[in-house]
Design a protein around this ligand. Sequence first.
Ligand SMILES: NC(=O)c1ccc[n+]([C@@H]2O[C@H](COP(=O)([O-])OP(=O)(O)OC[C@H]3O[C@@H](n4cnc5c(N)ncnc54)[C@H](O)[C@@H]3O)[C@@H](O)[C@H]2O)c1
Length: 324
Amino acid sequence: MNILLTGGAGYIGSHTALSLIDNGHSVTVIDNLITGSKTLIPSEAKHYNFDIADESLIKKILKENKFDIAMHFAGLTRVDESVKYPEKYQLHNFEKSKIFFSSCIKNNLKKIIFSSSAGVYGNSNSTNLTEDSELKPINPYADSKYKIENYLIEISKKDKVDYTILRYFNVAGADKSKRSGLIARSSTNLIKVICEVATKKREKIIINGDDYETKDGTAIRDFIHVTDIADMHVLAADNLLKKTTTNIFNCGYGSGYSVKEVITEMEKIIKNKLQVEIGPRRPNDIAVSIANSDKFKKEFNWKPRFNNLNIILSSALNWERNNS
Ligand SMILES: NC(=O)c1ccc[n+]([C@@H]2O[C@H](COP(=O)([O-])OP(=O)(O)OC[C@H]3O[C@@H](n4cnc5c(N)ncnc54)[C@H](O)[C@@H]3O)[C@@H](O)[C@H]2O)c1
């Protein structure tokens, strides 16, 4: 396959580019490096450093190449920032994505895979979120994902676009050969924070609430290894190429770990205690968020390769140690 991939200098886009290349496919990345790093783009991929909303440049590369599928990862990803600057998220995630999708369609690239988020389900506390669960985004980041999902669904009816929307749960870990990982600075990603404390780049882990109705009082999340997410894109792309299809899938393991369990597992790996402080709950945070991923498993006979907390944490730690 010949894949056009936006956001390939970022965390999940770069891992997906690696999986595609490892499976013998060609990848062209569009990334303006607003949050990403050129060092994460695989050397085998072509890179264009421009904005996804630059219609004339997109048109130019679509005319010069024959892509089979567009995978759209590019966007801003911080919930806290989106609450502070909602218009920024409306512009970067919704308006720019709209322009990108229209450019693809106008130039006859009508097979699209879109990175959405479990955030579209809002704060419904659930151990079994299915693709049909109610959608109720509660922050501007999740709202931007919800809106662009709807836009894609609408244009697909009008312009006969085949799409696959993938709703990721908590993406974590790093490439096992240390070719990519999470580089975000002052990240709020729990596993990133734990790795920074484990490597003494950060002083302590603050647990946001230990009074939830869970087994140990801390929140439970469905952590999925980034390489499993990347492989899910390869499967989805293969399917999209062969079929006329429009579909939405959850991307998680269907099981979860509490914040305290994740910290304890890391302490076992480093054979040391981590400094932890209990803080207040974050506004609108929920006790439990776990995917029902049966739909993807059934459709693709999917078996994750890295469904193991120790592997997720060790790979993230190895990446963190390598990238001081
Ligand atoms: N990380 C997660 O846990 C998670 C969970 C759910 C959904 N997602 C979604 O997955 C996608 C990728 O997330 P990530 O964690 O890899 O983020 P990231 O910030 O690491 O990567 C995003 C990439 O997009 C690029 N980019 C942003 N706006 C651009 C623009 N207008 N033009 C060109 N390039 C642009 C950035 O430079 C960056 O390299 C995002 O759409 C995000 O909303 C991520």
